[in-house]
Design a protein around this ligand. Structure first.
Ligand SMILES: Nc1nc2c(c(=O)[nH]1)N[C@H]1C(S)=C(S)[C@@H](COP(=O)(O)O)O[C@H]1N2
Ligand SMILES: [Mo]
Length: 377
């Protein structure tokens, strides 16, 4: 010691001294960053689609076709999100030493950049974790999932834009030049890609029924459940023990004439069979052959105006999904049914007996079960 002076090691150097792998490297970080940018961008867009389908502003009119559109966007959102988990873990592992860089920043610009990185890391971990817990039906957090997940998405994307703006030219340069060393980056990146692929493969069967048997990680699978269709909320969970013997469908509100239809009255209307999926916001989906009457036939019978919106109401007393709105485009569509049967049998109680809504290109939460009334606005 003496007059030689000691070398002061900041936390970053201490940490970096422990993280000796050569894979904590610009190139690895750059490639993982590109992949994460694409997957978070996709999750953001598909997430907004799902949000605005469920909460449409007045000017937005979703098409009712293609029939499987929501099934695809939401499958991408959930399965893509799950496959992103290994990517994010690999990226965090790669850049971990840098998160402890000391001093934390040297200029105002760098302070903003690093602030964005912390928002990005925290927000990204939060989105993937809450999304995963949600599809696993585990709610260890005190907030309402959909609201928190929705607003955090804007934070993450805001921080992502700042981060991309800061890193774009460096990343471009890094990936365009050939490395001159022998760091086994390719093997590492392929391993990460394989992990992502394995996660996707073990879940995609929840929506692609030929792969259903591989869907080991999926909470719901096509072909399981009563009438070969999964059930999210059972009749029991909804407080519905049997079809009320005096059941009638009441059509009220802005109608030419109010209706109160028995099951026999409904069956006297033209009965159709349509093949449509239930596409749950949780990513699983499955098609069924639904038999029932067209919603538009019932509404026309009640003398409803073409531009009217219709609120479908369930017999379920509580619960966030006991009602849903049907916009004109959707009730005009001849595929939109009040279903009374499924896969050649009368509708099971768990699928919404005696009557449920089934419509094309619509989130599962809006396919209201145990329908008791239509209120026209
Ligand atoms: N009344 C009512 N309808 C409902 C729900 C509900 O909780 N209550 N859950 C919805 C959700 S989240 C989905 S994915 C579909 C699932 O329909 P299924 O159980 O027939 O497959 O029903 C929808 N209809
Ligand atoms: Mo759902």
């Amino acid at each position: 010691m003496g007059g030689g002076g000691t070398l002061v090691r900041g936390p970053a150097e201490v940490i970096a001294g422990r993280f000796t792998s050569r894979l904590h490297d610009e190139r690895v970080a750059a490639w993982l960053g590109i992949a994460l940018g694409v997957s978070f961008g996709t999750a953001f867009v598909t997430g907004l689609i799902s949000h605005f389908m469920q909460h449409p502003p007045g000017w937005l009119h979703w098409p009712s076709r293609p029939v499987n559109l929501y099934r695809v966007t939401q499958g991408l959102h959930v399965i893509g999100g799950l496959a992103t988990i290994p990517l994010l873990l690999a990226k965090l592992w790669t850049v971990y030493p840098r998160l402890f860089q000391w001093p934390p920043f040297r200029s105002a610009g760098q302070a903003i950049e690093r602030g964005a990185v912390f928002v990005l890391v925290g927000g990204a971990v939060f989105q993937l974790a809450t999304g995963l817990f949600n599809i696993a039906y585990w709610y260890p957090f005190p907030f309402f999932f959909t609201v928190a997940h929705y607003w955090t998405a804007y934070l993450v994307v805001g921080a992502l834009v700042v981060h991309v703006a800061n890193q774009a030219s460096k990343v471009r340069h890094t990936v365009m030049t050939r490395p001159e060393d022998a760091v086994p980056r390719r093997a590492f990146l392929l391993t990460v890609a394989a992990a992502s692929g394995a996660v996707a493969l073990a879940t995609v069967g929840e929506t692609l029924s030929p792969l259903a048997r591989l869907a080991l990680l999926a909470p719901r699978r096509p072909g399981t459940g009563p009438q070969r269709l999964p059930v999210n909320k059972t009749a029991y969970a909804a407080g519905i023990t049997a079809v009320p013997p005096e059941w009638r469908l009441r059509v009220t509100g802005a109608v030419g004439r109010e209706l109160s239809l028995s099951l026999a009255d409904l069956r006297a209307l033209p009965v159709r069979t349509v093949r449509l999926p239930i596409a749950c916001v949780e990513g699983w989906s499955a098609s069924g052959d639904w038999e029932g009457v067209r919603l538009r036939d019932v509404l026309r019978l009640a003398g409803v105006a073409d531009g009217a919106r219709v609120r479908v109401e369930s017999l379920e007393r509580y619960g966030a999904y006991r009602t849903s709105w049907v916009e004109p485009r959707h009730w005009h569509d001849g595929l939109t049914l009040l279903a009374l049967g499924l896969n050649g049998e009368p509708l099971a109680l768990d699928h919404g007996a005696p009557c449920r809504l089934i419509a094309p290109d619509r989130p599962g939460v809006m396919q209201t079960k145990w329908v008791g009334g239509l209120v026209v606005a």
